[in-house]
Design a protein around this ligand. Structure first.
Ligand SMILES: [Zn+2]
Length: 416
């Protein structure tokens, strides 16, 4: 199989594209109800939109919500399915994303990187042992005062560069490639207004993971549960045999759920009950839980279990002492890959062909890809290369982004 030549000129294109994106302020805002959630996201959306037009991509569009779509037309006569690649251009509201001043470290020596001479802010290899993997690479870091935004501008830069590469190399044969960029992923709304039908892909990949090799097609099944405890308030001096203290009862209820099935005591494929909030007084108390499990049956059993505990509790303390309301939140996208595992296998093979060892992991959370999968667009998640997301220690290696470009090109040219 022909390997992709990615010479110095292409590396510089990828690097400069990424640097241009991270300098554009595009933090999203969970308090806002508009799409995009912030006006400033239009700055980067318009920049990318113009760039895609200048590169000569086909059918470049940007809708009223800031969703950008474009295509690399097929260059083969066969009827191959359209395959999509998706990334988000907002950055996390968890940390400052304005005035990003990226630092470039060529030929990293494995030691500490003083990101900011004035403050002494340092990316230390002792604190972040994963840095050792990057000896000899070109690292891009922050100046210690902002996040970097490799999450997910690395993904955007990789997809745009891969599209440019395919257009420049007509000898690489491929079907139609769809590319899509979204606002507001960091506030959980990246997929909300994504027009799956217009996108027209049979399946897609989000380029939004971390380390090289990451490939994810499983996430949690998720529900929220609110348990309300109804107490009875009586003057404490005259409460004998009468008072029902909802606050105390809430504490009792919390202890009826297994102590070894919480976020702090589980990992990998183990599910949990997570008490997010408990509040109350004598007359009323509320416990807010989230329930998570990768396995659909175990997830159903967890919901049944918490219902049974409420019944048990009421049998002891009186009818309607506790009331429960369970709300579904999202589902494991794995269920959408039944009979379609070739979508995952194509990505695995594309990595192997680029000398990357695939690392298949289950996400302990949700993703935009999971939402898209339930909207009819099966969508595993692939690494974008960055590490330490959402804070001042965020960094990415140019070589990791280059590997992601190669994976995209390999997927594009794979026989479907
Ligand atoms: Zn992301």
């Amino acid at each position: 199989m022909q390997t992709i030549e990615f010479n110095h000129e292409w590396k510089m294109r990828l690097l400069n594209r990424f640097l241009a994106y991270v300098k554009i302020y595009s933090t999203s805002d969970p308090e806002s109800e508009t799409t995009p959630s912030t006006e400033r996201q239009w700055d980067i959306a318009k920049y990318i939109f113009q760039e895609l037009q200048d590169l000569g991509l086909a059918d470049v569009s940007m809708d009223e919500n800031g969703y950008i779509m474009a295509y690399v037309p097929s260059n083969i006569p066969e009827n191959e399915p359209t395959v999509g690649f998706i990334a988000h251009y907002d950055t996390s509201p968890d940390f400052k994303g304005e005035h990003v001043n990226p630092q470039i470290w060529d030929d990293y020596n494995g030691g500490d990187l003083v990101l900011n001479a004035a403050t002494g802010f340092t990316l230390s290899s002792e604190k972040f042992p994963s840095l050792k993997k990057y000896v000899g690479k070109t690292l891009i870091t922050t100046d210690g005062t902002t996040l970097l935004g490799a999450d997910d501008k690395a993904g955007v830069a990789e997809i745009v560069t891969a599209a440019e590469y395919l257009l420049a190399h007509p000898e690489i044969k491929h079907g139609r490639i769809a590319i899509g960029f979204t606002p507001d992923e960091e506030i959980g709304r990246g997929a909300h207004k994504f027009d799956v039908k217009k996108f027209g892909a049979e399946y897609a990949y989000t380029m939004d993971g971390s380390e090289v090799g990451e490939l994810e097609y499983e996430n949690f099944n998720a529900a929220g549960a609110v348990v309300k405890i109804n107490g009875l308030s009586v003057h404490p001096g005259y409460a004998f045999g009468q008072m029902k203290n909802a606050g105390l009862l809430a504490v009792e209820f919390a202890q009826m759920l297994p102590a070894n099935e919480t976020p702090a005591t589980t990992k990998g494929f183990e599910g949990f009950y997570h008490l997010m909030e408990i509040k109350g007084d004598v007359s009323e108390a509320k416990l807010q839980y989230i329930i998570r499990d990768h396995d659909a049956d175990k997830f159903e059993n967890r919901k049944k279990f918490i219902n049974e505990k409420v019944a048990e509790f009421n049998a002891k303390h009186g009818e309607n002492t506790a009331e429960i309301e369970i709300k579904e939140q999202y589902r494991n996208m794995k269920q959408q890959f039944e009979g379609k595992m070739h979508i995952v296998e194509i990505a695995e093979q594309a990595m192997k062909d680029a000398n990357i060892e695939p690392k298949i992991k289950a996400i302990r959370g949700g993703t935009d890809g999971a939402q898209l999968s339930y909207m009819g667009l099966p969508c595993p998640n692939i690494f974008a290369g960055g590490e330490n997301f959402h804070g001042p220690y965020e960094f990415v290696a140019l070589e990791s982004m280059e590997k992601a470009v190669k994976v995209i090109v390999n997927i594009a040219k794979a026989k479907k």
